[in-house]
Design a protein. Structure first.
Length: 59
């Protein structure tokens, strides 16, 4: 099982990578890449939320 910090870090990384993909999609006019970026950001938000929840349960 991953730790809360691992989930938070992974979530933050996914969110950052998603923002880059979304921006690249906007610049190139590639709707598919833009959508993939938005989806990756959502995945990052979920992972970070999972890490936050683990932290709150520990306390």
């Amino acid at each position: 099982m991953s730790s809360a910090n691992d989930d938070k870090a992974s979530g933050t990384a996914d969110k950052a990578a998603g923002k880059v993909k979304e921006a690249a999609g906007k610049v190139t006019g590639n709707d598919k890449t833009e959508a993939k970026g938005k989806a990756q950001q959502a995945k990052g938000d979920l992972k970070k939320g999972k890490g936050d929840l683990k932290d709150s349960v520990k306390k």
